[in-house]
Write a protein that binds this ligand. Structure first.
Ligand code: ADP
Ligand code: MG
Length: 700
């Protein structure tokens, strides 16, 4: 058997099971070795029933003698009981609440290994276990090896379809028995420095820990074997990313000149004094832009930190050098806002700014495409309609992508193919994530952080109220309006197709308009409205003529109305933390004290955590951390689109320190390899092993 032998050829697999394994990404023998148990059970305390002592955790190998579902009076309480024997004088009871399904599993005469806490019922004189773990020993034909499942620290795998945890164990064991020592490509110096165990030992220990292994370390994924595999996984990932970055740095790009003319124009454009953080980040961008290689920079900054202004400065650098600029936003509303913002800033510089979005009439699109193609437009602002085929730039120099998390990596690449020479790319996101994670998630991007808000901002005060107290919220909003301010009332529409949120927004709109605020102007904004209506209501709100804007999640990103001081979020429990924080960022943009009111109905435990996080903090980085923690990395990073490979051993949050270590090692290894040969070996290894299994990290 080889590492790349398809699992279908392993005894006991066959085409049916192979398919189920494949659904879990398990295709080859090597994949199976990279499918670690998610926990371990100490079944080394193997006893006979006679030897059992109340209070201890123990494993016994027994036979099912009798099963029943006892009733309490005349009521069936769903308790399932099995009496087990092993030839000794005593018997042992296993009890399961809601155990009805076991009637088809624990058949009389079946041999099972059961593991659990031994208890004693002095009234009935019974030894018993509540909800013990068990494994059928005789049911599987392939099995014959009870020693694999009992009398040792036993690995527990996640099932793959109908391939049970136990069969996983059998298959993995079978594979490990026939496979020779594993090649260890990890640089020797690294192994020695971090005192890592060798690969063969690590893989064997992870699946079948030796007798003296520390159960606690195993179950916290901190055994020497785990550490070795986690570091390895991170190391190759980071090497791949570093190779990609260093390669990109050598590519031919545009070197923009930073001359007096550029400085003059920037000065003429600036509506206010940039903050220190804005200046620093512009410096980092300008330095990248001056290099004759494509820039790939991510700017992270909390909502309202002034990312757009920095983007505008970068655009001036490109335009003054005779290039065009594309600005991409995830939604049409945001795109049109950016359009207005850039148009306003650039009008006095004499730049031609044009909008482009999917909803434009074909004729309109064609006209604008023409301007872009002929180089008559300096800057085009729009949605991904810009990425569509048919839009040709005369000379695209800079692409600005707002709100990265909505755009896939693929789209970014598509954008870069537009120009003859690769344009510089600037990505802006308001979903800050911890630095190391950013370096990994956006692996091929350099990052800048705007960690300062424009002066005079007062932190938004956040309150949480149950929906039963909504009237208090409406009176509060009325007082703010009387003071000349404006308010948002937002309803969740999580999925595009969802109509419940839309209906709720419409209903609330009518209620507020006709009953609560008959003397004020109430507007309605949602994604299903015709574009012209959306624009009209936004314009009215911006002009202060609409006092309360009832909206679905369309206002989530980017809306900028400094006079709005209240953000009421209905059914706040349905929003994720990042979204809540984004929404809150819509207020607190002017000099007045602003408020965010989170109105909730039923709260789950994590829902409560989310609300608490919001009421106690305004710090986007802290909130992102909590978000990551509450949701776990898989969901936080979203689908494959995020470009995050699915790791087998490592967990980007749990193992963050190991990630830092591995990253530092990888960077220094790629930049200063000990010798050409080890670098070549590493690159080959990544190409052959990593690319297929983890996808996405293409090393060229
Ligand atoms: P972001 O995109 O980071 O959420 P914006 O670029 O939309 O933030 O800026 C938020 C608000 O702050 C806008 O009204 C913008 O005009 C204003 N602003 C940006 N930079 C400054 C600054 N240096 N001083 C004062 N106001 C600023
Ligand atoms: Mg913005």
């Amino acid at each position: 058997m080889h590492l790349d032998t398809p699992l279908v050829y392993v005894k006991g697999v066959g085409p049916y099971r192979a398919e189920m394994l494949e659904a879990k990404g398990l295709v080859t023998v090597n994949d199976l070795l990279h499918y670690p148990p998610f926990r371990y059970e100490d079944r080394s305390n193997l006893k006979t029933i006679q030897e059992l002592a109340p209070g201890e955790m123990a494993t016994v190998v027994v036979e099912v003698r009798e099963v029943r579902m006892p009733k309490l009076g005349r009521k069936n309480v769903g308790l399932f009981e099995a009496r087990f024997g092993d030839g000794s004088r005593l018997s042992l009871l296993g009890k399961w609440f809601h155990g009805g399904y076991l009637a088809n599993v624990l058949l009389e005469g079946a041999r099972v290994s059961i593991y659990g806490k031994v208890e004693f019922d002095p009234y009935k004189g019974d030894l018993f276990m509540m909800h013990p773990e068990f494994e059928l020993l005789s049911a599987d034909d392939e099995d014959g090896d009870a020693a694999l499942h009992t009398g040792r620290v036993v690995p527990i795998y996640e099932a793959a379809g109908k391939v049970s945890p136990k069969l996983m164990r059998i298959l993995t064991h079978r594979v490990l028995e026939t496979i020779g020592p594993l090649e260890d490509v990890l640089p020797v110096a690294l192994r020695e420095r971090l005192k890592l165990v060798d690969r063969t030992t690590a893989v064997r220990e992870i699946h079948f820990p030796s007798q003296d292994a520390d159960l606690r370390l195993l179950n916290s994924f901190r055994s020497p074997a785990h550490i070795r595999m986690i570091v390895e996984e991170f190391f190759w990932l980071e090497c791949g990313l570093e190779l990609k970055r260093s390669k990109a740095k050598l590519e031919q790009g545009i070197g923009f000149a930073l001359n007096e003319q550029v400085r003059e124009k920037i000065k003429a454009m600036l509506p206010f004094k940039p903050t220190g953080a804005q200046k620093r980040v512009l410096g980092e961008i300008a330095k990248d832009m001056a290099e004759p290689h494509p820039m790939n920079r991510l700017v992270q900054g909390d909502v309202g930190s002034g990312k757009t202004l920095v983007a505008a400065e970068a655009a001036i650098i490109a335009i003054e050098n005779g290039y065009q600029v594309a600005v991409l936003a995830p939604t049409e509303i945001l795109a049109m806002q950016h359009y207005a913002y850039f148009k306003n800033l650039f009008e006095k510089l004499g730049y031609v700014v044009v909008p482009l979005a999917g909803s434009f009439k074909a004729k309109e699109k064609e006209r604008i495409r023409g301007y872009v193609e002929q180089g008559l437009a300096h800057i085009v602002v729009g949605t991904h309609a810009i990425l569509e085929q048919g839009v040709q730039f005369r000379n695209l120099g800079l692409a600005i992508v707002d709100e990265q998390h909505r755009f896939g990596v693929m789209q970014r690449l598509k954008l870069m193919e537009k120009g003859a020479v690769k344009p510089d790319v600037l990505v802006m996101t308001a979903t800050p994530i911890p630095r190391t994670l950013a370096l990994t998630m956006y692996g091929d991007l350099d990052t800048s952080v705007i960690d300062e808000l424009p002066p005079g901002r007062k932190p938004v005060t956040t309150k949480h109220l149950p929906s039963s107290r909504i009237e208090e919220v409406w009176s509060f909003v009325a007082r703010e309006i009387a003071d000349g301010r404006q308010a948002y009332v937002v309803y969740p529409v999580i999925e595009e197709s969802e109509t419940a949120g839309l209906k709720a927004a419409e209903k609330s709109y009518l209620h507020l308009r006709d009953i609560v605020y008959p003397n004020y102007s109430v507007g309605l904004l949602h994604g299903k409205l015709p574009q012209a209506d959306k624009e009209a209501v936004m314009a009215e709100f911006k002009a202060g003529r609409v006092h309360v804007l009832v909206a679905t999640t369309v206002v989530e990103v980017g809306v900028d109305v400094p006079n709005a001081t209240v953000m009421v979020i209905e059914q706040a429990e349905r929003f994720g933390l990042a979204q809540l924080h984004q929404l809150r960022g819509r207020v607190g943009r002017g000099g007045n004290q602003s408020y965010c009111v989170l109105v909730t109905e039923k709260l789950s435990e994590t829902g409560r955590e989310r609300i608490r996080t919001m009421t106690e903090s305004n710090d986007g980085f802290y909130i992102a951390e909590m978000d990551l923690r509450l949701r776990g990395p898989g969901e936080f990073f979203g689908t494959k689109q995020s470009g995050m490979p699915s790791l087998r051993f490592a967990n980007i949050i749990r193992d963050r320190e190991l990630l830092e270590t591995a990253r530092a090692e990888a960077v220094s290894f790629i930049q200063h390899p000990p010798d050409e040969d080890s670098l070549r070996r590493a690159v080959t290894y990544i190409r052959e092993n990593w690319q297929r299994r983890y996808g996405l990290v293409q090393v060229g």
